[in-house]
Structure formats: structure tokens, C-alpha cells
Design a protein around this ligand. Structure first.
Ligand code: HEC
Ligand code: HEC
Length: 367
């Protein structure tokens, strides 16, 4: 890679990450870390391009170098400027893709721990010819790398604010208040659980374009077979209804909760609360529920917004219906008058097509 670009990258990343040693990585752990990547990347025999390029022989690949993958302009430019993937450049990229390559289409916030980075590099190296032959040379750059390896192998300190009482089974420990707070993020239709924050349609648009559109389409129409997020009005009675936020979902709280909890796919929980407000506002805009780009959604005005299909969802009132409300003891014995009689057998009722033994018997035939 050119010295110039390298200098830029290092300046951009500051002292964020020292060069890790490939030898220090644990490929088995790396396979687990790679779970964060599999939504978008395949590696190994028969690996094909998915949302992201396949990663076989990525070591030594010029950035953006696969012929049959449509890279961002930013990635192609980095390749033209001389960026080649090796452990140092990938370590920088994985730590913060968008810091290193502004405008990259890889919607991934980055791996926070250096140990994750070295491990995933070791895993990827197993699928790269170039990495296998490079390895001895790596030893020469052992200085700072060695420190990284040591730092990475130190086990994290056990949490201090918890007790180790082990409960009935003598296992685990009591969750800390912080752990419970991190887990307890559900939002209810009445607004309970919403974090303070705000965001406008206009704030949401660039986040959507960068992190969501390549799966969900520029207008929420869904790219390929990824889910559709907008449109589908008046299709609910059709044979193939298009169920979107605008056409089907009853409550905006589900939109907020879903995005916050699960999106972007493959990098869940990477968005700030304000980003989620902005994206939720943008969903309203894509679904024609608001039409002003300056519309700002916040925890204050959230419950004022109603989705068009809300009224078609009715409370489950069965307990109050006369039949159920009669409050009878359920019948457990001799419930049907007369002698019980077998009228059909489950074998035949089964939806799986029967074999010759069934005699092609139709549903309802008595065996
Ligand atoms: C949400 C999808 C997504 C996730 C998750 C993701 N990537 Fe990517 N990745 C991409 C896309 C898209 C590109 C192409 C980027 C561009 O063109 O700017 C890319 C590019 C790359 C490249 C450059 C390859 C080349 O041919 O130039 C590498 C290496 C890479 N990703 C590794 C990883 C690793 C390792 C992880 C997990 C720690 C990961 N990615 C997570 C989508 C993703
Ligand atoms: C790598 C592809 C990908 C990316 C990027 C992505 N999504 Fe998704 N999204 C999915 C998939 C797959 C589902 C369906 C998941 C399921 O059903 O389990 C989904 C579901 C959703 C849904 C629920 C749709 C429905 O009707 O069930 C919403 C809302 C959503 N995504 C919003 C977003 C937002 C906002 C972003 C950007 C911050 C984003 N997604 C980024 C793949 C993606």
C-alpha cells in the first residue's frame, strides 16, 4: 500500500489499535467471532458473495478486488490507492470500518476487542493461501505485536458488583443492576420503556442509506428477498398480503423496539437511541405516515403517532366472552355422552403425503 494512504489511515485511527500478530490469534475463537460477519460474508469451500464479498484468499487481495462483487466507490478508490488486505490493514478495518474507509458499504460498527480482531484474522488466515506462506515473516514484527497478544490473553476481571451465591443449583451468580438494565429494553405501545431521545426524518435518511438500504431497498421496497418495510397499503385482504409497518403493524413501539434490538442485521444494538428515533421517524416517512422531513420523533411525542392498521387489532377478550366466562371447571372425564368410538387415525390425517400403505386414503377415511 502507498505510504501516503497508510499515513492517512494511521492518522485517522490514532493509537486505537496496535498491529496484532497473526500467530497470537485463536482460530477456533475466531470462528465464533465470525458469527458477527456471517450475515454478510461467507468463507470456506464454495463460499459465494452475499451482502459482502466472500473472504476466501482475502489476505493479499487488493481492497475491492473481486471482479464479481459490487463494491462502494470508497472501497474501489482505496484499492486503487494501493490498499491491500493483510493483517495490519484488516485489523484497522475491522476495528472501525468507517473510520478507515469513509463511505464503505460495510454496515458494521467494528470489533471492540483486539482479541476478537486477532482471532478472526487467524480464522480467516486458514482460508487464505497467502497468509499461510506469510506466517514465518510475521515473527520479525513481534515487538508491539507481542504486547497485544499478551493483553489479549489476559482473562477479563470478574464483575465486582455481584454476588456469587449460585442459587438452587450452585450455578452462576446474581445479575447486576447494569446487566439487567442492558437486557431490559422492551418498549410498550403506551410508551413505557422508551429512552429519552429524539431524531428527525432528515437525520434518519443518511443512516438508513448507509446501514439499511442495501438490504431493505432505497424506499423500503426490499432488495432481493430482504424484507419490505414500506408500501402494501390495502393489500391485507389479498391472497398474498404485503405486511409492512405501514400496512400491517399496529404499534410504532414495535418499530422502535425491533430496530433498536435487532437491526442492522448482523450488527444489532450498534445504534444509539437517537439514531433509532431518527430511523423510526424515517420509517414513518417511507410509509407516508408523516410527510415533513423536519418531523422530529421523540419520547415526548411518540405515543401521539398512530399506525393506520391499529384498529384492526382487537384485544383478546375471550375470557369475557360468555362461553369462556361461564367459569366452569374444565371437563376432564366422560365428557362426551355414549361410548367413545374411533373415527379416524392421525396417520391418515397427517399432512405429509402418504405412501402406498395408506392406499392413498383421503383425510377422514376410517382405517
Ligand atoms: C452488514 C453486512 C456486513 C457485516 C456484518 C460485515 N461485513 Fe465485511 N463487508 C460488507 C460489505 C458490503 C463489504 C464491501 C464494502 C465496500 O464495498 O465498501 C465488506 C467488505 C469487507 C472486507 C473487504 C473485502 C474486499 O474484498 O475488499 C473484509 C475483509 C470484510 N468485509 C471482513 C468482515 C469481517 C471480518 C466482518 C465481521 C467481523 C465483517 N466484514 C462484517 C458487509 C459486511
Ligand atoms: C444485512 C441485511 C440487513 C440490514 C443491513 C438491515 N436489515 Fe432490517 N432486516 C433484515 C432481515 C433479514 C429482517 C427479518 C429478520 C427476521 O424476520 O428474523 C429484517 C427486518 C427488519 C424489520 C422488520 C420488518 C418486518 O416487517 O418484519 C425492520 C423494521 C428493519 N429490519 C429495519 C432495519 C433498519 C432500520 C436497518 C438499518 C439500521 C436495517 N433493518 C438493516 C435484514 C437487514
Amino acid at each position: 500500500m502507498s505510504k501516503f494512504l497508510r499515513g492517512l489511515i494511521i492518522a485517522a485511527c490514532g493509537a486505537l489499535i496496535s498491529v496484532p500478530a497473526l500467530a497470537a490469534g485463536d482460530a477456533a475463537n475466531g470462528e465464533k467471532v465470525f458469527k458477527k460477519c456471517v450475515a454478510c460474508h461467507a468463507v470456506g469451500e464454495g463460499a459465494r458473495n452475499k451482502v459482502g464479498p466472500h473472504l476466501n484468499d482475502v489476505f493479499g487481495r487488493v481492497a475491492g478486488g473481486l471482479e464479481d462483487f459490487k463494491y462502494s466507490k470508497a472501497m474501489l478508490a482505496a484499492g486503487e490507492a494501493g490498499l491491500v488486505w493483510d493483517e495490519a490493514t484488516m485489523a484497522e478495518y475491522f476495528a472501525s470500518p468507517r473510520t478507515m474507509i469513509k463511505g464503505t458499504r460495510m454496515a458494521f460498527a467494528g470489533l471492540k476487542k483486539e482479541s476478537e480482531i486477532v482471532d478472526v484474522l487467524a480464522y480467516l488466515a486458514g482460508y487464505s493461501e497467502a497468509a499461510a506462506s506469510d506466517q514465518p515473516a510475521e515473527q520479525s514484527s513481534a515487538g508491539p505485536a507481542q504486547e497485544t497478544a499478551e493483553a489479549a490473553s489476559v482473562a477479563p476481571a470478574p464483575p465486582t458488583s455481584s454476588t456469587r451465591d449460585g442459587g438452587v443449583f450452585g450455578l452462576g451468580r446474581v445479575a447486576t443492576a447494569e446487566e439487567i438494565a442492558a437486557w431490559d429494553i422492551d418498549v410498550r405501545p403506551d410508551g413505557k420503556g422508551l429512552p429519552p431521545g429524539k431524531g428527525t426524518v432528515a437525520d434518519g435518511e443518511p443512516i438508513y442509506a448507509e446501514q439499511c438500504a442495501f438490504c431493505h431497498g432505497d424506499f423500503g421496497e426490499g432488495a432481493g428477498r430482504w424484507p419490505v418495510l414500506a408500501g402494501g397499503h390495502d393489500t391485507l385482504a389479498d391472497e398474498r398480503p404485503e405486511k409492512t409497518i405501514g400496512s400491517y403493524w399496529p404499534y410504532l413501539s414495535t418499530v422502535y423496539d425491533y430496530i433498536r434490538r435487532a437491526m442492522p442485521y448482523g450488527n444489532a444494538r450498534s445504534l444509539s437511541d437517537d439514531d433509532v428515533y431518527a430511523l423510526t421517524a424515517y420509517m414513518l416517512y417511507l410509509n407516508d405516515i408523516v410527510d415533513d422531513e423536519d418531523f422530529e420523533l421523540s419520547n415526548e411525542n411518540f405515543t401521539e403517532i398512530r399506525l393506520p392498521n391499529e384498529e384492526n387489532f382487537i384485544p383478546d377478550g375471550r375470557a369475557e366472552e360468555p362461553h369462556f366466562a361461564a367459569d366452569r371447571e374444565p371437563c376432564m372425564k366422560d365428557c362426551k355422552p355414549g361410548t367413545a368410538e374411533i373415527v379416524m387415525r392421525a396417520r391418515i390425517l397427517d399432512v405429509t403425503p402418504g405412501d402406498a400403505d395408506d392406499g392413498g386414503a383421503g383425510v377422514g377415511a376410517v382405517d
